[in-house]
Design a binder for this molecule. Structure first.
Ligand SMILES: [Zn+2]
Length: 174
């Protein structure tokens, strides 16, 4: 839905929100992605054990034919943030030991595998991969995911980040 004018408006809004919130313009969607995630139940709760977080990350990697990424709870139980490290590791804060954050971080690993380490970590390619993972995992009905992203003005790619397309493209040439 919506043609060029709508897309233009979303982009202007995106830049504006980035400026107003003081977010680095290099990654203008970051804070709005976090806000969008917080609307979902359990997004900030520990619902999985150590084996469960690795299983979800492996599942995501397998879907995209990416070598498995080691996923561990942060050794500091009070850690507040989770990370994908460029040397192919994920560490999760305790409250992030759930499906949503596993797939968020796995999407960073998959994105980096195919596009290199990005300036815009939460850009439309990354979000497109994340949305695909969430949908395939039946995290929520697809319409709930896509409609809420649209309402938040978040841009994500579709066909060009499908597993088939990316496998054909091949890994980023390091
Ligand atoms: Zn992230």
């Amino acid at each position: 839905m919506g043609g060029h004018s709508n897309t233009g408006l979303v982009q202007i809004t995106k830049a504006f929100v980035g400026l107003m919130s003081g977010v680095e313009l290099a990654d203008p969607q970051q804070m709005r992605v976090y806000a969008w995630e917080r609307k979902f139940r359990y997004s900030e709760e520990e619902t999985l054990k150590k084996s469960g977080i690795q299983e979800w990350v492996n599942w995501a990697c397998d879907m995209y034919a990416v070598p498995h990424i080691l996923c561990k709870p942060d050794p500091n139980p009070k850690a507040k943030i989770s990370h994908y490290w460029n040397d192919n590791k994920i560490s999760l804060a305790r409250k992030h030991m759930n499906m949503m954050v596993c797939l968020h971080e796995a999407a960073h690993g998959i994105h980096t595998h195919y596009f290199g380490f990005p300036a815009e970590a939460h850009g439309p390619e990354w979000l497109g991969i994340y949305v695909r993972l969430l949908t395939k995992a039946r995290f929520a009905p697809k319409i709930a995911i896509t409609a809420s992203l649209e309402a938040a003005g978040l841009l994500y790619r579709k066909g060009c980040v499908s597993p088939g397309t990316l496998k054909k493209k091949g890994p980023y040439n390091r």
